[in-house]
Structure formats: structure tokens, C-alpha cells
Design a protein around this ligand. Structure first.
Ligand code: FES
Length: 322
């Protein structure tokens, strides 16, 4: 069960590698593509292990009638990036029109944009839009290596010395505390990166004494602290044990087993898919941004669309779901 989305038929118009393991895929979309804000997302229909599934990507600026996404090929892909990487020009596809859950306020006197790795995708569009409005901004972009950074030439031309690159392989890392300390009062931060970067940002932002409402973020749903491994869940009051492969989510495994789940974002943002964990071996690798740090510390709930177990088994309560 998912919120209603506006699905369109499309064809792959162009494929271009724009960084190491990052591929830009442009789709020619049937019907009118309305203007969309930076930070918007599209949902793409994919096939994983022969079954239809969906994956969500940032909608990038593209020519009229097109929607473009940048897809990083993940080593531990659950199948989404592998599917996207095997697409060929002219191939049919299905995707939704863009919708925005990571909106710019347009009101701040200064913007600090922070990107980690493939988190540059929404930040790139935001930088373009803000620069077009002559907004005051700075963009800090960290990645494992310079080769893995996408859109660097475009951003350098657009922003000049307002762009700071942090190439981890050369020993440069995003210094969030220093960035926040140097930001003018009333600055709004927009951050997209792995969950570890977000947790560090929240800690540094709170330490800086600034209001949490000015720190806005999204994370990759697949960025946990632990590597993906197989686990199983027993559903309380049912004679049902469900195996979860390393390359699928708990939510997908539950749905695949015929459990009716309510969900929406599949990115760990809305909390609709949360289940209660009654017993478990190992830890919960929380990968969502919905539960608070205190709720995660209690570890009796987990967002089934992104979070995983480090142990072998858990007993979960799916509540009212049939
Ligand atoms: S579906 Fe939104 S948090 Fe899982």
C-alpha cells in the first residue's frame, strides 16, 4: 500500500558515465513533464530477481520532456543499481513524475550545502537553483576519491571558490564542526550523505547551539554501519518465519511472504513501515532518519524498508497488519 504516484511510460534517451561507478541515465517521458524543484525524487520501476520492485532517485535538471537520474553502482546492491546499470538506450522504462520531500526554503540569508558521495545528486540541483537566484551559498562535497565525485567541473564553474572538495583518499574530510562554526547566523544547512555523516552533522549542529529546524537532510536508505547479512524474523502470534537475504530489505521480504504492509517512502523517512522488535540476537543497524536517537537506543522499533539486523534472528510484532 503506497501513496498514489503519477506513473509514466518512458524510454532511455541517453546514458553517460559521469564519475567512477556513477552513471547518468536520461529518460524521454510520455506526456508533459512539469517543472520540478531541486531535491525532487522519481520512483523507477525495476526488476529484481525476476520480480517487479521500485527504487527512488533524485530527479536531476534535464532538457524539456526528460527526467535524468544519477545511479551509483553499489558493491552490495540489493539489485536496484545493477538493474539500472544494465539499461540500454531506447529501452522502455516506467517512472513517476518528480515529487519533492527535500524542499529548499528559499528564505535563508545563507545556505550551506553538504554532500557525501552520491549525496551530491539533490545538492547539485539545489546549488544550480540557488546560484541562479544569486543566493549566498557554500557547497562542501566529500567523497572517497576525486574520481568518485560527480558534477565537479559543472560545480566549479558555477560556484568558483564557494565550492570546497574533500577528497578522502588525499586525507581531506568534511569538517562539519568547522563549517557550522564559520557559517553566518541564520544559515540553513542542506545535507545529503550516508547515515554516519548525518549523525555527525546532528551532533555538531546541536553543539553549535543552532536551531535543529535549520538543519535539513536526507540520507541514502542503504547506508548502514554494518555490512548486509542474511537474517530471519519470526512474527509474533503467527506461525511464520521469514528469511531476509543480504540483497533485499525486511520490508520486501515481508511483502514477498504475503504480509500486508503499509509503507510509503522506502527511504527510512516516513516511519510507516516501522515494526516492533520484541526479541533479537545482535543489534539493529538503524538506517532511517524517522526514529529519534533515543528511540533507536531503545531499539524496540525498526523501519523495515531500510534497517537490518546484525544478528541471526528477531521476533517482531507487525501490529495491526493482516
Ligand atoms: S516506508 Fe517510509 S520509513 Fe519505511
Amino acid at each position: 500500500m503506497r501513496n498514489r504516484l503519477d506513473w509514466r511510460e518512458a524510454r532511455v534517451a541517453e546514458i553517460r558515465d559521469i564519475a567512477e561507478k556513477v552513471r547518468l541515465i536520461s529518460f524521454e517521458v510520455d506526456g508533459k513533464v512539469p517543472r520540478f524543484d531541486p531535491g525532487s525524487h522519481v520512483t523507477v520501476g525495476v526488476i529484481i530477481h525476476g520480480e517487479p520492485a521500485i527504487r527512488t532517485y533524485t530527479a536531476l535538471p534535464a532538457p524539456a520532456g526528460q527526467i535524468a537520474v544519477a545511479v551509483k553502482l553499489h558493491e552490495q546492491s540489493r539489485g536496484g543499481s545493477r538493474f539500472m546499470w544494465q539499461l540500454q538506450p531506447g529501452q522502455a522504462a516506467r517512472l513517476t513524475l518528480p515529487e519533492n520531500r527535500f524542499e529548499l526554503s528559499w528564505r535563508a540569508p545563507h545556505y550551506l550545502l553538504v554532500a557525501g558521495g552520491i549525496g551530491i545528486t539533490p545538492i547539485y540541483g539545489m546549488a544550480q537553483a540557488l546560484a541562479a537566484r544569486r543566493a549566498s551559498l557554500r557547497l562542501v562535497y566529500g567523497a572517497r576519491s576525486r574520481a568518485q565525485m560527480a558534477f565537479v567541473d559543472e560545480l566549479a564553474e558555477l560556484l568558483g571558490d564557494r565550492l570546497a572538495l574533500c577528497d578522502n583518499s588525499a586525507g581531506a574530510h568534511v569538517d562539519l564542526a568547522a563549517e557550522f562554526a564559520a557559517a553566518p547566523p541564520e544559515t540553513e544547512v542542506y545535507l545529503c550523505g550516508p547515515i554516519g555523516m548525518l549523525e555527525a552533522a546532528k551532533t555538531a549542529w546541536q553543539a553549535s547551539g543552532r536551531p535543529l529546524s535549520r538543519l535539513r537532510y536526507e540520507v541514502f536508505g542503504d547506508s548502514g554501519i554494518h555490512a548486509e547479512k542474511r537474517f530471519s524474523v519470526d512474527i509474533v502470534n503467527r506461525d511464520l518465519t521469514i528469511e531476509v537475504r543480504p540483497d533485499e530489505t525486511l520490508l520486501d521480504a515481508l511483502i514477498g511472504a504475503g504480509v500486508e504492509m503499509i509503507y510509503d517512502c522506502q527511504r527510512g523517512e516516513c516511519g510507516l513501515c516501522a515494526v516492533k522488535v520484541l526479541e533479537r540476537t545482535g543489534e539493529i543497524d538503524h538506517r532511517d532518519v524517522f526514529l529519534s536517537s533515543a528511540e533507536k537506543a531503545e531499539s524496540d522499533r525498526m523501519c523495515a524498508c531500510v534497517s537490518r539486523l546484525t544478528g541471526d534472528n528477531a521476533v517482531i510484532d507487525i501490529g495491526y497488519r493482516r
